[in-house]
Ligand binder design. Structure first.
Ligand SMILES: *[C@@H]1O[C@H](CO)[C@@H](O)[C@H](O)[C@H]1NC(C)=O
Ligand SMILES: *[C@@H]1O[C@H](CO)[C@@H](O)[C@H](O)[C@H]1NC(C)=O
Ligand SMILES: *[C@@H]1O[C@H](CO)[C@@H](O)[C@H](O)[C@H]1NC(C)=O
Length: 496
């Protein structure tokens, strides 16, 4: 018996990196892209914890190059200068305060770790970095880490330009420079140790895990090299022996030698096919229909559910960077976007991340504050999709139906579909060009339920469409195709 328990404990340690370390019944995280640490701390307390969000992916917290032409683009934060916690989101003291305050209300922090590279080769020399640390890209000198010319991959890359030229060649993709970014020699134990030191500093402060930026551009074994050096999570917030959650940015849309599955040993991977395909279906491109979503998930060629981090859009592909292409839905296509996020949060596949964006086109003034309007939306051009009623209520839906099976699928052979989550929740979409009128098996106990899309239950009152479930679980649904939001979702916590 003891031997068995020991074996199970050992297995638990090995597999821990797939577990998001969220509190029970908190099953989604939100990416608060470019938010300041002080604003995130407040958002954890005033909004995320009360609405059941499990955690926040934050922008890279380490020192980066300052780019003034164009003026302070979002992507300067993907060009590290050192591992000091010092960025336009705030300083180390503010970061620590955020982590402690969010953990205190049960909301976890996940750091976007940019460790494949330093800044671009054309960055020059000087102290134009967010903390004023000196660097010289010509000499590959980053004394604030310190890294020197020995710590970069130049000798390993065999393209004329030194950059990745052909994504069909996995050696180029991993050993050459990604768009001119100085490529760290992760095969060196010294480099792995400096990265682990940075990540351990964050773990000791209380973060719950990491997004590994540009994982596709690193060898899986090199990533393992620094992950193996990581501490267990801080026992002030997590139980003894808890491993950091790891999700790796591997853009695999098929057709390349590098695949997501090559990275499973290290943790989960970002499943980019998910948002690209869901956008294609909801836009009805390529002859796609929602009826085809019946076998959504592995049936669509995605990685196994317990290895997937999924999202409708991310900070790259919502503005045409990275992968996915034109089909990606964003807040700019709000009606379809809400349906896509609703579908994602209702469906059991993968661990879900909600995107929260800003609206200004490209440039970013230093540390723009998040303001909250009287109607709970955000000001200052922050979009705050996570505060949209439909999205926030579906985050709660996912928590309510946690662990329940995918059930009672229905479709009309076209773009009207519905499915349940056992006896806890049910959702129905009309993305056809005509109204939906159907009587369906919901799997829910008899009663009157309040739709959480068109409104919500407030006390004993429903501000929305009411759905009457009969003793046999059947309910009638009517959804016009011109509705603001042509979908309805009900769950047992929204029963009147
Ligand atoms: C579903 O779409 C079909 C056409 O594919 C249509 O004939 C049918 O009326 C629709 N069903 C419902 C319930 O609206
Ligand atoms: C939807 O139906 C209306 C009315 O039948 C038609 O005018 C319109 O072109 C249709 N739109 C699409 C996208 O099929
Ligand atoms: C919906 O369908 C039912 C049964 O076919 C029918 O009695 C009812 O009138 C329909 N409702 C609408 C609004 O079309």
């Amino acid at each position: 018996m003891q031997v068995l328990l020991l074996l199970l404990a050992a297995a638990g340690l090995c597999w821990g990196q797939y577990n998001p370390n969220t509190l029970p019944k908190r099953n989604s995280i939100v990416h608060l892209f470019e938010w300041r640490w002080q604003d995130i701390a407040e958002e954890c307390e005033r909004y995320l914890a009360p609405n059941g969000f499990g955690g926040v992916q934050v922008s890279p917290p380490n020192e980066n190059i300052v780019i003034t032409s164009p003026n302070r683009p979002w992507w300067e934060r993907y060009q590290p200068i050192s591992y000091k916690i010092c960025s336009r989101s705030g300083n180390e003291q503010q970061f620590r305060d955020m982590v402690a305050r969010c953990n205190k209300v049960g909301v976890r922090i996940y750091v976007d770790a940019v460790v494949n590279h330093m800044c671009g080769a054309a960055g020059g020399s000087g102290t134009h970095s967010t903390c004023g640390s000196y660097f010289n890209t010509g000499k590959e000198d980053f004394p604030a880490v310190p890294y020197s010319g020995w710590d970069f991959n130049d000798g390993k890359c065999h393209t004329g330009s030194g950059n990745i030229e052909n994504y069909g060649d996995m050696y180029q993709v991993r050993d050459c420079r990604l768009t001119g970014l100085l490529d760290l020699a992760l095969s060196k134990d010294y480099v792995r140790s400096k990265i682990a030191e940075y990540m351990n500093n964050l773990i000791d402060m209380g973060v719950a895990g990491f997004r590994i930026d540009a994982a596709k551009h690193m060898w899986p074994g090199d990533i393992k090299g620094f992950l193996d050096k990581l501490h267990n999570l801080n026992t002030q917030w997590f139980s003894e022996g808890t491993r950091p959650f790891i999700y790796q940015e591997v853009i695999d849309l098929g057709g390349e030698p590098i695949t997501g599955s090559q990275y499973f040993e290290n943790g989960r991977v970002t499943e980019f096919k998910y948002g690209a395909k869901l956008g294609t279906v909801l836009r009805k491109w390529d002859g796609e229909k929602m009826a085809y979503l019946k076998n959504w998930g592995e049936g669509w060629g995605f990685v196994p559910s317990d290895r997937a981090l999924v999202f409708v859009d991310n900070h790259d592909n919502q503005r045409g960077h990275g992968a996915g292409g034109a089909s990606i839905l964003t807040f700019w296509d709000a009606r379809l976007y809400k349906m896509a996020v609703g579908f994602m949060l209702a469906h059991p596949y993968g661990f879900t991340r909600v995107m929260s964006s800003f609206r200004w086109p490209r440039h970013f003034e230093n540390g723009k504050a998040v303001t909250i309007n009287a109607d709970t939306t955000c000001g200052n051009d922050w979009v705050c999709e996570h505060r949209w009623r439909q999205i926030r209520n579906m985050v709660i839906f996912r928590n309510v139906v946690d662990g329940e099976p995918f059930s009672n699928w229905w479709d009309n052979g076209s773009n009207q579909v519905a499915f349940g989550r056992g006896s806890k929740g049910f959702i129905i979409f009309n993305n056809d060009n005509w109204s939906l009128n159907a009587s369906l098996q919901t799997g829910l106990p008899a009663g009157t339920y309040c739709d959480i899309i068109s409104g919500q239950k407030e006390g004993d009152f429903c501000t929305a469409v009411e759905v009457h479930v009969a003793a046999d679980g059947m309910a009638d649904f009517l959804i016009g195709n011109e509705e603001d939001d042509p979908f309805i979702a009900i769950h047992v916590d929204a029963k009147l």
